[in-house]
Design a protein around this ligand. Structure first.
Ligand code: ARG
Length: 465
């Protein structure tokens, strides 16, 4: 019999029963649901709305359900629709009338809003933990490759010299922003919807500050209609995860390029690559490809929830039951992509010789050649033209700029002297790019230190709480 069967003259149609039920996926909220109910019951007892005996029975009953479920001794059923009603029914089965009093001054609408918020809040911590581990891998790799010259690209054309460390730290900065975005989301969501009731609060003398505090929220949600119908935090989480996946996917794409024969900048560890069923020579970057591929799925979840929410009148509508699966799947996806990607990076072999060789072709020191002339007094725009002519000449002759003789160089400008060869050496070109944020070792050292501080600050806070 349904908890709400009072006003109904018939049983629910079997298909509707299946269609309406969410227990298959919202069972994940069991911990939050039980913790929320315990806080609610405690507050009801403290406020004199429940007797101490009933309060006590509820606490004991709920903790019994928690341990039995975790031991695998409880089967939830679709007949009880969702996690909230399953637990309430079970509680009543175990402790009788006291169980029936738990739902006083509460609705499933504020209950689900609470559970989901707490779930998102906890999972944000998990995602941040994975991001911080990835940052640590990036910093370690970067430290080993501050002097590893590689071509930096624009338009996927070789552009200017950078170091592998500099390239890695670009991603480290993106992931640091992802961390702060998630922290912002967590801070904004940290208001407690419990006590909003169905939509209009309650006539009981409840204390919303008590439950908010008990459940580690900063304050109660301000407006009861907003409290039961707001899913901004889920949308914000999905946006943050989508941006994070964009970063991961761009990185994955680069790893895929880097381990192709065309680049061969890195070689993946055998444990993080896969073979082909027909081509014996193949070693494929499936991990990176899957990360890139799964990005689409996370974007899809964001779009799906935005679309679910866009036309809903206030306050709660059952459409909102569709909020959970996208969030759960997006979290599952990100929570596997991050550690597997970090481990793949950690174990991959970097091939500095190949990077250096690629850097030697493609005139990535052309800007430095123009800068050389500029520093000798030629206006930059003229120096640019002179260098462009030299590049065209080199292309015809099959040479690089530093392979030209002083005589050849001087056909374009008298300003060229012996010191030009030093200026064109890629290692020097990179070392001179010591402007703030640049690839020079002094700068990458600072960047690595900044990210390490960023990580340490958070790990310290974690250890303190
Ligand atoms: N399973 C429901 C959900 O996830 C719980 C809230 C149900 N509320 C209601 N008024 N039917 O949204």
């Amino acid at each position: 019999m349904k908890l709400w069967s009072g006003r109904f003259g018939k049983d629910t149609d079997a298909l509707v029963n299946t269609f309406n039920a969410s227990i298959d996926f919202d069972r994940r909220l069991y911990r939050e649901d039980i913790r929320g109910s315990m806080a609610h019951a405690k507050m009801l007892t403290d406020c004199g709305i429940l007797s101490p005996e009933d309060g006590e029975a509820i606490q004991r009953g709920l903790s019994g359900i928690l341990s039995d479920f975790e031991a695998g001794n409880i089967d939830f059923t679709a007949d009880n629709e969702d996690i909230h009603m399953n637990i309430e029914a079970l509680l009543t089965e175990r402790i009788g009338d006291a169980g029936k009093r738990l739902h006083t001054a509460r609705s499933r609408n504020d209950q689900v809003a609470l559970d989901f918020r707490m779930y998102v809040r906890r999972e944000i911590g998990v995602v941040i933990g994975h991001l911080l581990s990835l940052e640590t891998v990036l910093c370690e790799k970067a430290k080993a490759h501050q002097a590893t010259v590689m071509p930096g690209y624009t338009h996927l054309q070789r552009a200017q010299p950078v170091s592998f460390a500099h390239h890695l730290m670009a991603y480290a900065n993106m992931f640091a922003r992802d961390v702060t975005r998630l922290e912002d989301c967590r801070e904004r969501l940290n208001k407690c919807p419990l006590g909003c009731g169905a939509l209009a609060g309650t006539t009981y003398p409840i204390d919303r500050w008590k439950t908010a505090e008990e459940l580690d929220f900063d304050a109660p949600v301000e407006n009861s209609m907003d409290g039961v119908s707001d899913r901004d935090y889920a949308l914000e989480l999905l946006s943050d995860l989508s941006i994070l996946m964009t970063h991961l996917s761009r990185f994955a794409e680069e790893v895929i390029l880097w381990c192709s024969w065309e680049f061969k900048f890195v070689e993946l560890d055998d444990a993080y690559a896969t073979g082909s069923s027909i081509m014996p020579q193949k070693k494929n970057p499936d991990v990176a490809e899957l990360v890139r591929g799964k990005t689409g799925r996370v974007y899809g979840h964001l779009m799906s929830l935005l679309t679910t929410m866009k036309g809903l009148p206030l306050a709660y509508n059952k459409d909102m039951q569709e909020d959970k699966e996208p969030v759960f799947d997006a979290l599952d996806t990100v929570e596997i992509c991050l550690p597997v990607f970090a481990a793949m990076l950690d174990t991959m072999k970097v091939l500095p010789g190949n990077m250096r060789q690629a850097a030697g072709r493609g005139f990535i020191n052309a800007t430095d050649c123009a800068d050389y002339l500029t520093k000798k007094g030629m206006p930059f725009r003229d120096a640019y033209t002179v260098t462009g002519r030299l590049v065209a000449y080199c292309t015809r002759e099959g040479k690089s700029l530093e392979e030209l003789s002083l005589e050849e160089l001087r056909t374009e400008s008298e300003l060229f002297g012996d010191d030009v060869y030093k200026a064109l050496r890629l290692e020097n070109c990179m070392a001179l790019r010591n402007s703030y944020g640049g690839p020079a070792i002094r700068e990458t050292t600072r960047q690595i230190q900044d990210i390490e501080d960023f990580v340490a600050e958070r790990q310290q806070e974690d250890a303190d709480t």
